[in-house]
Write a protein that binds this ligand. Structure first.
Ligand SMILES: *Cc1c(COP(=O)(O)O)cnc(C)c1O
Length: 321
């Protein structure tokens, strides 16, 4: 039975990714603080290499493979950012990579993955099981499967974003983190529990897929159909087993944000803070805006998870009246 990572693993991951991942900036905005009525610290992983935090976990996991496995290569399945992360980390480390991606993945993400030198295999996300396709490729080709969230090295790597945030700004009253399969949230929880013990840790998932909230309440992992939402990075059907062990122990609450709230947050990011954030990357900020009354006067961390979105799609979303 694999065991979940600890805060020591997050620290070790931070050493491994040093010099390869960017230490992304923490942005603040007086105007946004005034609007929300709290002091917000945005950890901007939209500025991470390949455009999202997923590079952290992928690089940490791939750098732990032995030489034989590195020669054989790796396979990953992903709706986008994990694919690019594994492809880029593999190229940096000289490891061959194969990526399983849905037909309806954003074209910018598919093109970037191929551009990083990966072989791409497509599938239908509504009728086919990507985990099964990934497992078959792994078994047939001797490739190591790098899961997007249910993996201790991936989770520890994702935790380095919050580790850096807390190193930079000190303790927080609350931390908001978007939630798909739970790799980012579980890693964040490890860092926050260690460095800011009294911080309220909140996961944010799309309203169309509140399986995380129902899992936290019921105490066991709830499975749902693929949720229909613009937050394509959080269209997961269930939390990972290892992330859930940490989430149920360390996370205080899980809340949701609607697609309309994501678009509203995306507009504030673009117009006030001048940054491009993909819909999934807006989950945490959207929840903070909704919950502003209970956050009044607090120091709040907001993990901005990624910025990969086709420009035409970005324009269509922020341009809607
Ligand atoms: C993958 C991803 C998420 C969700 O992360 P999990 O570790 O699956 O919970 C959130 N935002 C972006 C931009 C992502 O790529």
């Amino acid at each position: 039975m694999p065991t979940p990572p600890t805060f020591d693993d997050v620290r070790a991951a931070a050493e491994r990714i040093r010099g390869h991942a960017h230490r992304t900036p923490v942005l603040t905005s007086r105007r946004v603080d005034e609007e929300v009525g709290a002091r917000l610290y945005f950890k901007c992983e939209n500025f991470q290499r390949m455009g999202a935090f997923k590079f952290r976990g992928a690089f940490n996991a791939l750098s732990r493979l032995d030489a034989d496995q590195g020669r054989a290569g790796v396979v990953a399945y992903s709706s986008g950012n994990h694919a690019q992360a594994v492809a880029l980390a593999a190229r940096i480390l000289g490891i061959p990579s194969t990526i399983v991606m849905p037909y309806d993945a954003p074209e910018a993400k598919v093109a970037a993955t191929i551009g990083y030198g990966a072989s791409v295999v497509r599938y239908d996300r509504y009728t086919e099981d990507r985990e099964e396709i990934g497992r078959t490729l792994a078994a047939d080709g001797g490739l190591a499967l790098v899961p997007p969230y249910d993996h201790a090295d991936v989770m520890a790597g994702q935790g380095t974003a919050t580790l850096e945030l807390l190193e930079d700004v000190g303790e927080l009253d609350a931390l908001f983190v978007c939630l798909g399969g739970g790799g980012l949230l579980s890693g964040a929880a490890l860092a926050a529990r260690a460095l800011s013990p009294s911080c309220r840790i909140v996961g944010v998932e799309p309203e169309a897929g509140d399986d995380g909230l129902r899992s936290l309440r019921s105490g066991s992992i709830v499975h749902i159909d693929t949720p229909v939402t613009i937050a394509d990075g959080a269209q997961t059907q269930h939390l990972g087993v290892l992330p859930f062990e940490i989430i149920r122990r360390d996370v205080d609450d899980i809340v949701t944000a609607s697609d309309a709230e994501l678009v509203a947050a995306m507009r504030v990011f673009a117009s006030t803070m001048k940054i491009v954030v993909e819909p999934t990357g807006c989950l945490a900020f959207a929840a903070v805006r909704r919950l502003r009354d209970e956050l009044a006067g607090q120091r709040v961390g907001v993990v901005v998870s990624g910025g990969n979105i086709d420009l035409a799609r970005f324009a269509a979303l922020v341009g809607e009246a």
